[in-house]
Design a protein around this ligand. Structure first.
Ligand SMILES: NC(=O)c1ccc[n+]([C@@H]2O[C@H](COP(=O)([O-])OP(=O)(O)OC[C@H]3O[C@@H](n4cnc5c(N)ncnc54)[C@H](O)[C@@H]3O)[C@@H](O)[C@H]2O)c1
Length: 271
């Protein structure tokens, strides 16, 4: 089992924790008895922290919320300092905050910079602020970065979002490779890849999983030590995901055009 550190008395830090998947993970980990640090920019942050405190085995004393803009390295540094001042520990860092920007290459540079700042640089800032402290503590721990299937199969359309998530996948693979060969208690990295998930204030979306289903799937996968945590949903099975991923890799190996799955000459073959 690889999740022994996700236990009573240890501490989980989650960015983008005010809603959706981050919130669901906070609720699950609080119910295991972990201390929870919720970080977000959203006004709902304190209300979510109150909900988490209701299920936390340690009650309100085990929960802290810190307004944090993950795009700002100083905010992550302040989050790490506050976490270690209060709990002296971080067993789980979940870099989960993200923004979704629709549109392609021609969107404004402000959209490009802001989305990269949150979705890609946010997790890097998180790792830079927390990992040295986690390593100095000499205890087992995990870093989870929330990616997306869009960062793997690269469907046409939302170019900016896809680029940020594909960069995060590459970064997280490198992080885990590095951590795997470091001496001392194991700190493991994971790439969480949710499927279609109902989050935020959305009504349940047909075919989508709930955020809680994603959180449970994630914790089960960590227990099994699986780096790639690729969630199915009610429409897309693991078998379908595997075929899509292999088809994308086949574009390179079989000299098809990129994104051939959506290309007029190839999409029927894929189907
Ligand atoms: N919902 C899906 O279908 C889906 C699918 C694939 C991947 N994801 C990923 O899952 C993660 C969680 O998203 P969600 O679906 O739960 O959405 P969500 O909107 O419910 O949660 C995202 C949270 O991030 C916060 N946030 C945004 N910018 C921030 C910043 N600069 N600093 C701190 N917090 C910030 C938001 O306030 C929000 O609370 C994201 O990384 C998203 O890309 C979601």
């Amino acid at each position: 089992m690889s999740d022994q550190m996700l236990t009573k008395g240890r501490t989980a830090v989650i960015t983008g924790a005010a809603s959706g998947i981050g919130r669901a993970a906070a609720l699950r980990l609080a119910a295991r008895g972990m201390n929870i640090v919720l970080a977000d920019v959203a006004p709902e942050l304190d209300a979510t922290a109150a909900d988490v405190a209701k299920v936390a085995l340690g009650g309100v004393d085990a929960v802290m919320s810190v307004r944090t803009d993950v795009a700002k390295p100083a905010d992550l540094e302040a989050l790490a300092a506050a976490t270690y001042d209060r709990f002296g520990d971080c067993a789980l860092l979940m870099n989960n905050a993200a923004v979704r920007v629709k549109g392609g290459q021609d969107e404004s540079m402000d959209d490009w910079y802001r989305t990269m700042d949150v979705n890609f640089w946010g997790p890097v800032h998180g790792e830079r602020a927390f990992l040295p402290r986690m390593q100095a503590a000499g205890k087992e721990a995990v870093v989870i970065n929330t990616g997306s299937k869009q960062g793997i199969t690269n469907p046409p359309g939302n170019v900016i979002y896809n680029v940020t998530k594909s960069a995060l996948k590459t970064y997280t693979e490198q992080l885990e490779h590095r951590l795997r060969s470091e001496p001392g208690p194991r700190i493991a990295a994971y790439l969480l890849v949710p499927g279609w998930t109902t989050t935020g204030k959305d009504l349940p979306k047909p075919g989508a999983w709930s955020a809680d289903q994603v959180a449970v799937f994630m914790l089960d996968a960590i227990a099994e030590g699986q780096f790639y945590i690729i969630c199915p949903d009610d429409d897309v099975t693991t078998e379908m995901d595997n075929r899509r991923i292999l088809w994308g890799a086949g574009d390179l190996a079989e000299k098809r055009p990129p994104l051939s799955r959506w290309h007029a000459d190839w999409k029927d073959k894929f189907q």
